[in-house]
Design a protein around this ligand. Structure first.
Ligand SMILES: CC(C)(COP(=O)(O)OP(=O)(O)OC[C@H]1O[C@@H](n2cnc3c(N)ncnc32)[C@H](O)[C@@H]1OP(=O)(O)O)[C@@H](O)C(=O)NCCC(=O)NCCS
Length: 222
């Protein structure tokens, strides 16, 4: 589980854990920017300072939610968030049950975003098929809470969690909504010859040339 914090200046960070300073054994919080920070993506700060108030009643970092890996008991609520977009005439219960036979769902790892008090906000799937490339799929936000940044926050948060494991990893997705949402997260539209599933737009992070194995992944993605 990773806790999401908003800095007093408004930027979002994900707390990764607590470390001990090797020389002093002072506890330090380790946290990662959820925006393009020119100085560094990863930060440490002494634990008391991380949690202190910068003015009476005003914390330096305010806890705003959590990202965690989705568990089977979360599925009935979170998978239903995509029903209005992908339900194809199924009831909500049928739609959720169908995921048990979806090859991307069964081989992927899902992450969810919940508020501080446990309100379910959003979820997405991650799929590994080619080394160094992770597909992001079925981003869906609680219909009661759309347009408030939760889709972007979860997507960026999961990207940063996975970048901690592999700093060079690239991400791809098929956007079924205005690509601007994902452009803000560093995705660009792939060239037309790699658009196999229009109107869903294939997008990817990074600037290196796309390999043949990656192209296979794009084709089989749906
Ligand atoms: C598509 C979807 C995932 C977007 O999630 P969302 O949480 O509503 O998205 P965001 O709030 O992060 O961004 C949407 C818009 O809200 C704006 N926004 C972001 N933070 C905001 C905030 N704090 N307050 C108000 N608006 C905000 C964004 O700028 C963006 O604006 P845009 O329409 O100009 O692009 C959501 O609508 C959904 O679940 N749809 C159904 C499933 C679906 O179609 N998924 C598509 C997968 S590709």
């Amino acid at each position: 589980m990773w806790t999401l914090y908003r800095h007093t200046r408004g930027m979002l960070y994900l707390r990764l854990g607590t470390a001990l300073h090797s020389e002093t054994c002072e506890p330090m919080e380790v946290y990662r920017s959820l925006y393009d920070n020119d100085m560094a993506p990863l930060w440490v700060r002494p634990q008391p300072m991380f949690h202190e108030e910068v003015a009476p009643g005003q914390k330096r970092f305010t806890e705003v939610g959590r990202i965690r890996v989705m568990m089977p008991e979360d599925e009935a609520v979170y998978l239903a968030f995509g029903h209005d977009a992908w339900g194809k005439g199924l009831s909500v219960e049928e739609f959720v049950a169908a995921y048990a036979h979806d090859k991307h769902h069964t081989r992927g790892t899902r992450y969810l975003l919940e508020s501080n008090d446990g309100e379910p906000l959003a979820n997405l799937n991650t799929i590994r098929f080619v080394r160094g490339l992770i597909g992001i799929a079925s981003v869906s936000v609680n219909p009661k809470h759309r347009g408030q940044g939760y889709g972007s926050t979860l997507t960026r948060g999961v990207m940063e969690i996975l970048r901690c494991q592999d700093v060079d990893v690239r991400f791809m997705l098929y956007s079924e909504v205005r690509p601007a949402l994902y452009e803000r997260l560093g995705f660009t539209r792939l060239p037309e010859e790699l658009q196999f599933h229009l109107p869903s737009v294939a997008m990817m992070t990074g600037k290196e040339r796309v390999t043949e194995r990656e192209v296979l992944f794009f084709r089989e993605y749906f």
